[in-house]
Design a protein around this ligand. Structure first.
Ligand SMILES: [Fe+2]
Length: 267
């Protein structure tokens, strides 16, 4: 991995900070329909679009994920009780080193203050892992981490859907790939307790799921015809960038984004 010396990093930080101070907020007060939505969402306007409380929360959560998963991954690499855990740990370290680079750039550009230590719950998980041994360690490694990824996965999707901020949208896309990759490799350890996850998910929920009736033994259902395009059309894309069960995280290194050309207006 390429390394950048300290003085270059400091220079980049100063440039970014100066930029953030020069263009922190842009008023949308004269644009009908946006002011009310911005107030409701706790939004401020930036050069990359409105930044809501949900956007800021995701930025902080991505940072926090790296602050505990990196040491958890490093510890698992050092202990390496199985090849599958070593592999998962490798993905945690690589994925969160990359995501942390991205989230620090995004946070600096948007003026969002980041935490520098894991939160209390995450410190508790790290302590649990440090104290666990043998099969207990393998179980806790797979399940504490898988549960945490399962919590942030839908939150990323919600922000990815609703954000109007281009930097947050890209961060959500990157985080989505990394989280799915981590979920996948953690499950490949064979230690994930899916019953526990399902029980945890329904706890406190009373809503009945909708959908077709449960299948009955001995009763077959009619075969469904394929949903497909008709006529003479030409397509070139692939449904997935890699083999099933493999998440492509082969993306370029994080870079400081170019300031959008606004022509005097932002948004
Ligand atoms: Fe992760």
């Amino acid at each position: 991995m390429r390394r950048i010396n300290g003085s270059v990093l400091v220079s980049l930080a100063l440039i970014g900070t100066a930029g953030a101070l020069a263009f922190p907020v842009w008023s949308y007060a004269d644009r009908s329909g946006t002011e009310q939505a911005n107030v409701a969402a706790g939004a401020v306007n930036t050069r990359w679009g409105p930044l809501t409380a949900s956007d800021r929360d995701l930025i902080v959560r991505v940072r926090l994920a790296g602050l505990w998963e990196l040491p958890a991954g490093q510890q698992a690499l050092e202990r390496a009780p199985t090849q599958a855990i070593k592999e998962a740990a490798d993905h945690l370290v690589v994925g969160h080193t990359d995501l942390d680079n991205r989230v620090r750039i995004v946070a600096e550009q948007l003026g969002v203050e980041l935490p520098n230590v894991p939160n209390e719950q995450q410190r508790g998980w790290l302590n649990e892992l440090t104290q666990a041994r043998g099969a207990d360690y393998e179980y806790k490694f797979a399940n504490l981490l898988r549960a945490a990824h399962g919590k942030i996965f839908p939150a990323i999707g919600a922000v990815r859907n609703s954000t109007r901020n281009t930097l947050v949208r890209q961060l959500a896309s990157d985080a989505n790939q990394t989280v799915l990759d981590h979920i996948t490799v953690l499950e490949k350890t064979g230690k994930v307790d899916f019953d526990a996850i399902a029980n945890d998910t329904v706890a406190g929920s009373t809503a009945s799921p909708t959908g077709p009736p449960a299948p009955r033994p001995g009763v077959s259902v009619p075969a469904a015809p394929p949903a497909e395009a008709t006529g003479d059309i030409s397509v070139t894309s692939q449904p997935s960038p890699g083999e099933p069960g493999v998440i492509s995280t082969d993306r370029p290194e994080a870079t400081v984004p170019e300031v959008p050309r606004t022509g005097g207006r932002v948004g």
